[in-house]
Ligand binder design. Structure first.
Ligand SMILES: [Cu+2]
Length: 136
């Protein structure tokens, strides 16, 4: 009887310690990914406004990921180069934004302030090309 108790106790200890090791390792990795990788924002200031640039070509959007400031208006400057394809249209469904870019021209798309943690997806008119916008 006491043999079974000891075995059960050992199993319990192994279970608990592996759980603590797991959570410790996971916590360490989490803090590293938050403090180790400084978030670099893709915005720049001009005339007191915050801008982010993207380029649309037939190959897609570049960049296709933007790190943006939260709680402030961002002006997305979308430049269209030699492009009549679906990427000459930018759609941000969540914000009800649908913009046609002029051929070899550019358009400023105003993105209203978004809370930190917001993720917005802009797409082309076909939906195949995306720009992922993360707000920090
Ligand atoms: Cu498309």
């Amino acid at each position: 009887m006491s043999k079974y108790l000891i075995v059960a106790f050992v199993i319990l200890i192994i279970g608990f310690s592996s759980f603590f090791v797991y959570t410790a390792v996971r916590g360490k990795n989490n803090s590293e990914s938050q403090t180790g990788n400084e978030i670099s924002l893709d915005t720049y200031q001009k005339d007191g406004k915050l801008y982010a640039d993207i380029t649309a070509t037939a190959a897609g959007f570049s960049p296709n990921k933007l790190n943006l400031n939260s709680n402030t208006e961002i002006i997305l400057r979308a430049k269209n180069i030699n492009n009549y394809s679906c990427t000459s249209v930018i759609r941000i469904a969540k914000l009800n934004i649908l913009e046609k870019l002029p051929y070899n021209g550019e358009k400023e798309i105003v993105i209203p302030p978004q809370p930190a943690g917001t993720k917005l997806i802009a797409t082309c008119s076909s939906g195949a090309n995306t720009i992922q916008m993360n707000f920090y």
